[in-house]
Ligand binder design. Structure first.
Ligand code: SF4
Ligand code: SF4
Ligand code: FES
Length: 263
């Protein structure tokens, strides 16, 4: 069982470079059921590493983007199950932690260019479970990105694919919502399908992107790529470091490099 006594700071880290602040309070946490003592202020991910584990799966960007580090936890004595991203959630005393780096989802194959009916009918055929949502809201409460998952599922059911695509845009594909759904819906996979449909059929085409794709297809950049490939690595690095960069505060769409020969 945990106790709140201040424990002696004992470096346990193996690969982790985390250096706890001097005099940092040590807190007990439980990783896969085993107690460890770690400095407070660490994220769950760093606390796990501090405890001596090395990540092979379940860790990617460390910045809340890739969704590889979905995690469930409870506090001792609290019945409520909580969720978060291990790289973004700060470890607290008496957390009982289990990471869920992967969850099996319904991933049917499809061809965006060949639907047998409307996109909404295709959604129904690929993900029929979406239409069995019971509106419990568990997915929304579970989502570490604070996305109203239940609402985007409701939009899908109504055929508002644009609304569902926009509402699910911040999804990091961690899969935590699907792991708790009583209707066995793989919400994030259905949402990915909807965003693909939105990008392919509903979003107006970006003129500048279309032009650039045409440029690439026409072979405009082949010569430049060959020249780059022939360069020494250090020369490529120098070129990269010395490249003209858009200023951070430049007005959107206004900045152009002085040298436009490569555009
Ligand atoms: S919608 Fe689901 S998969 Fe996407 S971030 Fe939220 S919990 Fe993770
Ligand atoms: S957890 Fe499943 S059933 Fe409950 S609201 Fe979300 S999608 Fe619907
Ligand atoms: S490691 Fe990528 S979101 Fe946590």
């Amino acid at each position: 069982m945990a106790n709140d006594k201040k424990k002696i700071l004992k470096p346990l880290a193996t690969g982790d470079k985390t250096i706890p602040p001097e005099g940092a309070k040590m807190i007990p946490i439980y990783i896969m059921g085993r107690e460890y003592t770690v400095p407070e202020t660490l994220t769950i991910m760093k606390a796990v590493e501090y405890a001596g584990y090395s990540y092979v799966r379940g860790c990617g960007c460390r910045g809340g983007i890739c969704g590889a580090c979905g995690t469930f936890y409870r506090f001792l004595g609290d019945y409520r199950l909580k969720s978060g991203l291990a790289c973004q959630t700060v470890a607290e005393a008496n957390m009982v932690i289990m990471q869920l780096p992967f969850f099996p989802a319904n991933r049917p194959g499809y061809d965006l260019e060949n639907f047998s009916g409307t996109p909404h009918e295709e959604l129904r055929s690929l993900y029929p479970e979406v239409f069995k949502c019971v509106g419990c809201g568990t997915c929304t409460r579970t989502c570490p990105m604070d996305i109203d998952v239940m609402d985007y599922i409701a939009l899908m059911k109504r055929g508002d694919l644009k609304g569902a695509a926009l509402k699910s845009f911040d999804c990091v594909m961690c899969g935590l919502c699907a792991s708790r759904c009583p209707a066995q819906i793989s919400q994030y996979m259905a949402a990915m399908f909807v965003r693909r449909v939105y990008g392919r059929y509903l979003l107006p085409k970006a003129g500048h992107l279309e032009k650039r794709v045409e440029d690439v297809k026409s072979g405009k950049y082949e010569k430049m790529l060959k020249e780059l490939n022939a360069m020494k690595q250090e020369d490529v690095k120098k070129l990269y470091v010395e490249r003209e960069r858009e200023p951070d505060m430049a007005e959107s769409g206004k900045w152009m490099p002085k040298d436009t020969t490569h555009l």
